[in-house]
Design a protein around this ligand. Structure first.
Ligand SMILES: *Cc1c(COP(=O)(O)O)cnc(C)c1O
Length: 367
């Protein structure tokens, strides 16, 4: 029986409808008790999808898988952290949560907070949040405050707010966020039956790379895997404080989810790199978009630009991947989040304003 089936305690192939959400699935690995009210949208259990077109560009028997976390309930990995953060906030009796967000945190915070009956306040950089994410925060019933400033400014305001007022901060400085997010590493090992050799991941605030590293280490300590991956973290060139080693005052990139100049989890991410023998590298917006198109057009996997940074980074480092290695690239968010980017960046044959007749359609098709 696969580890995942054992986890679920069933002999038969589980149906997705049976998945209880990651807190119940990994309860013994998480800081929850019987007293914790579990606020869940059945997040987690996202697919690990083989990526033969990416692997073919590397060759030498390298296998590449995509951890497609864009299939979580609100379309990003942020749901993994938010089910924990909101459940614990509710357990503590809190009535409102607050976050700064480049978009996905606000969508997840809003969905889980409202489901738990809490108020959700979200601060976003005005004009720099992808349409789909803004739509979600509004529909999930958040109270949205768009500031004339970037993410880093928004984060420092919400940190002060949470210190002075009765609101709980649910950015990734909240330790429960990383606890929930580490379950993605568990799922990767459960699916592969081992840890990958390389784990490629985009970095913004660098919470997710820290959470994955925690998850892999905990699984290794418990004997669930006998090796650990090298943690390969990628940032956009215009927003690469962890690669440059210093804060970026005015981060710029098409990948708005990682448009962060002063990552709060810097120390944890640096430790993950050092302990795993990993590396950080930046990728240009052009390289991000090339990977984004490759994933959509050849793998059939639509992710958001920030997510494609993991594949862009892998391809940039292709000659360093050991022959025969198993690589996992984390696709953090769903492509539908950012339709403007998709429509502006594709090589599709899109014929418009056609006469509605058979000869015209057949003619365009080349018949
Ligand atoms: C939040 C986010 C990231 C960055 O994750 P960090 O934990 O901040 O490093 C990357 N991609 C997407 C789609 C995100 O929403």
């Amino acid at each position: 029986m696969s580890p995942l089936l054992r986890q679920w305690g069933r002999a038969a192939a589980p149906s997705p409808a049976d998945w209880p959400g990651l807190i119940e699935a990994y309860r013994s690995w998480l800081p929850v008790s019987e007293a914790t009210p579990v606020i869940t949208l059945r997040e987690g259990a996202t697919p690990l999808i083989p990526a033969p077109a990416v692997a073919a560009r590397i060759g030498r028997g390298v296998t590449v898988h995509l951890k497609y976390d864009g299939l979580n309930p609100t379309g990003s990995f942020k749901d993994r952290g938010m089910t924990m953060a909101i459940s614990k906030a509710k357990e503590a009796g809190c009535e409102a949560v607050i976050c700064a967000s480049t978009g996905n945190t606000s969508a997840a915070a809003a969905a889980y907070a409202r489901r738990g009956g809490l108020r959700a306040f979200v601060l976003i950089p005005d004009g720099y949040v992808a349409q789909g994410k803004l739509a979600q925060a509004l529909v999930y019933g958040a109270e949205v405050l768009a500031i004339r400033g970037n993410f880093d400014r928004a984060l420092s305001i919400v940190q002060e707010m949470a210190a002075s007022y009765p609101v709980t901060l649910v950015n990734s400085v909240n330790p429960y966020r990383l606890q929930g997010q580490k379950t993605a590493a568990f799922e990767v090992v459960d699916a592969l039956g081992r840890a990958p050799d390389w784990l490629c991941i985009p970095m913004g605030n660098a919470g997710n790379i820290s959470a994955y590293w925690m998850g892999f280490q905990e699984y290794a300590r418990a004997g669930r895997c006998s090796s650990l991956p090298r943690m390969m973290g990628f940032q956009a060139s215009g927003s690469a404080p962890l690669v440059q080693g210093s804060t970026v005052e005015h981060p710029e990139t098409i990948a708005t989810a990682i448009r962060i100049g002063n990552p709060v989890n810097r120390e944890k991410a640096l430790a993950a790199r050092a302990e795993s023998g990993g590396a950080f590298l930046d990728v240009t917006d052009e390289e991000i978009i090339a990977a984004y198109k490759l994933l959509g057009g050849e793998e059939g996997v639509f992710c958001e630009p920030a997510s494609a940074a993991s594949v862009a980074g892998l391809l940039k480092r292709a000659e360093e991947v050991p022959s025969g290695a198993t690589v996992v690239c984390v696709l953090t968010g769903n492509g539908l989040k950012d339709p403007d980017c998709a429509i502006a960046n594709n090589d599709a044959a899109f014929h418009t304003d056609l006469e509605p007749t058979l000869p015209v359609v057949a003619g365009v098709m080349g018949f």
